[in-house]
Design a protein around this ligand. Structure first.
Ligand code: MIC
Ligand code: SF4
Length: 641
């Protein structure tokens, strides 16, 4: 039987385990990436592992998230990151060089290799046939130190693309179509693998848009084959020698097949507040738009910005709308400058942002009260833009540019202009001068006052009694748990950042937890399906841990977040019956009976609910190692022992 692209890469990288769906496998990690908002914690933890040099083939530390620098904190973090990169022989992509996923795609990704990144959009690399996965900073630190990464060997969803995209329709519409089919839950442990003759109309960067936002399905990753189009991209980047072909065998078997005819796709939009709420742009035609943001790691390649610039050329942004352009990388910015597209943006009245995450992570450009914001980004979670009442819609660069001109939702096909042709230059300006590549094991690390020590947990107590401090519904994202935006400056300072856990959901949560903790009791969280969607930020585990949260009871968990909970010694426990979830309320006192014994023996855990004086059972899918880590209070304690 032939193999899929996913199976080929994983089989080549398996160190332990059986390559069958559902089996736990340990795989070798060839490359890692970190960004500054998750990187400080990752490297503080790496320091604790006592290694002399990275063990990966290549590791890169990017500065792209925390760039607002309203105080000393961000710049201090950057200095620490620069020094620690040098200590371990990690490449350092300086501020201004661009968003991690875009730069990694341009300059460092390699088909057939594995990439682990402390950012959930690391699957972007799948656009070139690389197996990219998001993880918490601790897992990335372990990979840098040479440890394999454990995943569930995936079930593979084959997505067959046929036909050709129509005018003004692009890769973003394709991934929105995929999201409308797969939704944002129920895909944990799967890989979205693309194939079919429709691939011929998608450039390598288009494919990256699709794999990037595939993260929103909750899949482990998304991947395209590496074909002649990929080879062309590598040649244009001056990296022809790094390319290698990688395609699925014709007789490979997918666990499920989804058929998408590209010629039938229309301009699509994700409506507030989930990327999975997909409908057509035409349904909203005429609805006023206050803000349009084009950029982020999803849609800021040269093609995307050149297309938007061509649509805007000679026109002025509507007087009721603000347009912001965020180029994905210094390379893209250089290219739009050289080709005159930057001038078209400026002439149209667009505001030009830095090559950073910026508005995507709520770092600036927060919309007004109740404002409608059209963005080419990948997430429209409530409050992520920095304004809780804002309505964020996710669209393609074509729809965004057209709507910026008219000031209302506009299907770009109705703008009445000729479909612009956007020739892609034969070569891209390959300039790595903003990437420092040095190794000095003796370098002194620069730690500003904002950088605290990596937090550690206590071993799991024999008696585990606590209070339900919060009851949540489905699809709670890590943005709900640990807000970014203006709170990002505390990413290196757990004590302070912990004051904002669930800030947008229930601002009194940290205070309640602290008061209860002082009485000697612990804290619990109760949640519905898909707890921990979205970002890989391990702070969504570390800060609750700091507040004495010992277990999260949920109907289901997302992969990256579940691993982060385990790494920091918090039990991710699954309800067996919906009624057990329904019965619990905030303030209830629960006791997990004999946790140590039952965990070691692999038994379901029995929970006594002292309010209703009844018991229920919860289960988990922890491996033996996970259990050892939980018992000792998380990875760092386990490692030290
Ligand atoms: C995001 O898009 O949510 C982020 C910010 O890039 C996060 C990482 C973080 O929280 O620092 C992610 O996707 O993992
Ligand atoms: Fe940055 Fe947004 Fe991409 Fe996250 S999704 S890496 S915040 S641009």
């Amino acid at each position: 039987m032939g193999l899929t692209v996913t199976e080929k890469i994983l089989r080549e990288h398996i160190i332990e385990g059986i390559p069958e769906p559902g089996q736990r496998v340990a795989i070798r990690i060839d490359q890692t990436l970190t960004q500054d908002a998750t990187g400080t914690m990752a490297y503080l933890q790496l320091e604790g592992m006592g290694i002399a040099k990275r063990s990966t083939e290549l590791s890169v530390s990017y500065i792209d998230h925390n760039m607002v620098q309203m105080g000393f904190e961000n710049a201090d973090d950057h200095r620490y990151l620069q020094s620690v990169a040098k200590r371990y022989g990690i490449k350092f992509s300086r501020p201004g060089n661009g968003i991690c996923h875009q730069v990694h795609f341009e300059r460092f990704g390699v088909p057939g290799k594995t990439l682990l990144g402390s950012d959930s959009h690391t699957p972007t690399a799948g656009g070139m046939g690389m197996f990219g996965m998001g993880a918490g900073g601790l897992d990335v630190a372990r990979a840098i130190a040479g440890a394999p990464f454990c995943i569930t060997f995936p079930r593979i969803t084959g997505i067959r693309l046929t036909g050709k995209l129509g005018e003004f329709i692009s890769a973003k519409d394709v991934i929105l179509k995929v999201l409308s089919i797969l939704s944002t839950k129920g895909n944990v442990g799967t890989v979205n693998e693309y194939f079919g003759d429709g691939l011929s109309c998608l450039t390598t960067q288009d494919r990256a848009t699709i794999t990037n936002m595939g993260a929103e399905t909750g899949a482990t990753t998304s991947i395209f084959p590496s074909d002649d189009i990929t080879r062309e991209f590598f040649r244009a980047q001056g990296r022809g020698e790094a390319w290698k072909p990688l395609t699925a065998d014709p007789d490979c078997v997918y666990d499920r097949i989804i058929e998408i005819d590209l010629s039938e796709i229309e301009p699509l939009v994700s409506t507030p507040h989930s990327p999975g709420n997909v409908t057509t742009v035409s349904e909203f035609a005429g609805k006023p738009v206050d803000q349009v943001c084009i950029g982020s790691c999803t849609n800021s390649s040269f093609r995307d910005l050149a297309m938007a610039a061509e649509i805007l050329k000679g026109r002025t942004v509507s007087e009721n709308t603000n347009l912001v352009i965020g180029p994905g990388s210094r390379q893209v910015l250089t290219m739009i400058a050289d080709s005159g597209h930057l001038a078209s943006f400026i002439a149209s009245g667009a505001r030009i942002a830095e090559s950073t995450c910026g508005f995507c992570i709520g770092n600036g450009m927060a919309p007004g009260t109740d404002a409608v914001s059209l963005r080419t980004i990948n997430r429209n979670f409530e409050g992520r833009s920095g304004t809780v009442s804002a309505q964020v819609y996710l669209v393609s660069p074509e729809t965004a540019a057209a709507s910026a001109i008219t000031g209302v939702f506009t299907d770009p096909r109705t703008l009445g202009i000729q479909y612009p042709s956007v020739p892609i230059p034969y070569t891209f300006p390959a300039d790595d001068s903003m990437v420092i590549d040095e190794y000095d094991p003796e370098i002194e690390l620069i730690r500003g006052p904002n950088i605290g020590p990596p937090p550690v947990n206590d071993p799991l107590p024999e008696k585990l009694t606590g209070i339900v401090q919060l009851k949540l519904g489905d699809k709670i994202t890590t943005d709900h748990i640990m807000p970014a935006g203006k709170r990002l400056i505390y990413r290196s300072n757990i004590e302070k950042y912990s004051n904002y856990v669930f800030e947008g959901v229930d601002p009194a949560f940290p205070e309640r937890c602290r008061i209860n903790l002082d009485t000697g009791s612990f804290n619990f969280i109760v949640a519905g399906y898909s707890y921990g969607q979205g970002s890989s930020r391990e702070h969504a585990a570390i800060c609750p841990m700091h507040l004495g949260v010992k277990a999260v009871f949920a109907l289901s968990f997302e992969r990256i977040h579940a691993t982060n909970l385990i790494n920091f010694g918090i039990l991710p426990l699954h309800f067996q019956h919906r009624s057990d979830y329904d019965n619990l309320e905030v303030g209830y006192e629960l006791e997990i009976m004999n946790p140590l014994e039952d965990l070691v023996e692999g038994e379901p855990l029995t929970v006594t609910d002292y309010n209703s004086k009844s018991c229920f059972q919860v289960v988990h899918d922890l491996s033996e190692l996970d259990i050892e880590m939980i018992l000792t209070g998380g990875f760092l304690n386990w490692y030290r022992q």
